[in-house]
Design a protein around this ligand. Structure first.
Ligand SMILES: [Ca+2]
Ligand SMILES: [Ca+2]
Ligand SMILES: [Ca+2]
Ligand SMILES: [Ca+2]
Length: 304
């Protein structure tokens, strides 16, 4: 893991910002409080910070395409100086991934530090062939009197075969269906064309608004379109597909009617993810193996 991969992406100062976020609502996850230990008026502060991991449950196993988010809460009687976050892999290789000087982040009080840490999934590897990888997040907190405490949180990554139901469930958490809601573009009005447009955006990985030969070949291989040739979709024969050329081709393939399971002429988020499942399940065994979902997920659903 390189330093440039450092993982801690966002910091939620819950006391001030998180009121409208279900996932991090402080009321939804009340924490045992620890404020009542009185400090003797005379003498030094010898009470260490108290560190708790509040979600998810310890030893949670994340599928390798899921977001790994870990919430930690640190409280101290007299005030925190710094919170340091390390990540340790299963070979005990430990790396400092973030540190917070409590003076530098917004909070109502330097006595409480409550953050949701998002570990950038692509940078937490699960070696090919490994069934599971164990990681440990270690948080170290130092108060203003130099008392230091530490706590750790173990989690696992794994790459199970996923049933359609499981894949759709993960897909909804990862908001894979959001391609259907992208209104920053001029989305075609007809539902099948707007659906084709969503796929176009997924496939156009270099964002030049054309599907190149390389993008086409990867798409055709990943989505099991072995019988299709770019030349037959390429109306003006310039070797690339515009959005309208691509959409026409997709409409001819009947993706839209195939993916619209309940035939209400709308492809909702779970139908979208379910349709992707069917296209990616090349061996048609009703399961997506790691080789069928990992690389494709990162190709089509992550933006760089
Ligand atoms: Ca392109
Ligand atoms: Ca063309
Ligand atoms: Ca539908
Ligand atoms: Ca399969």
């Amino acid at each position: 893991m390189k330093k440039s991969y450092l993982l801690l992406v966002f910091l939620v100062a819950l006391a001030t910002v998180a009121c409208d976020d279900d996932e991090v609502s402080p009321t939804a996850h009340p924490l045992p409080v620890n404020p009542t230990t009185p400090v003797p008026p005379a003498g030094p502060d010898t009470s260490k910070p108290v560190i708790e991991f509040t979600e998810p449950a310890a030893n949670t196993s994340f599928v390798i395409i899921e977001n790994v988010m870990i919430r930690v809460k640190v409280v101290d009687n007299g005030g925190l100086e710094e919170v340091r976050v390390y990540l340790e892999d299963s070979t005990s290789n430990k790396e400092l991934i973030a540190s917070f000087k409590t003076a530098d982040y917004a909070s109502e009080s330097d006595k409480s530090f409550d953050v949701m840490m998002y570990l950038y999934r692509k940078q937490i590897p699960l070696p090919q062939g490994a069934g599971i990888a164990r990681y440990r997040m270690i948080v170290e907190a130092e108060d203003k009197s130099k008392n230091v405490s530490q706590n750790s949180f173990d989690f696992n990554l794994h790459a199970p075969d996923l049933s359609k139901e499981e894949f759709v469930e993960i897909g909804s958490r990862l908001k894979m269906g959001e391609y259907m809601d992208w209104m920053v573009y001029t989305v075609p009005k007809e539902p099948d064309a707007s659906f084709g447009f969503a796929l176009f955006l997924m496939v156009d990985k270099d964002y030049d608004f054309k599907i190149s030969d390389a993008e086409w070949k990867k798409f055709a291989a990943d989505f099991d379109l072995k019988d299709q040739a770019l030349a037959t979709w390429d109306g003006d024969s310039d070797g690339k597909l515009t959005d309208s050329e691509f959409i026409k081709g997709i409409i001819k393939l009947n993706f839209y009617s195939d993916w619209d399971v309940n035939k209400d002429s709308i492809i909702d988020s779970s139908e979208f993810v379910g349709g992707i499942f069917d296209r990616w399940d090349h061996n048609k065994d009703g399961l997506l193996a790691r080789s069928e979902y990992e690389e494709r997920y990162f190709t089509y659903f992550l933006f760089e």
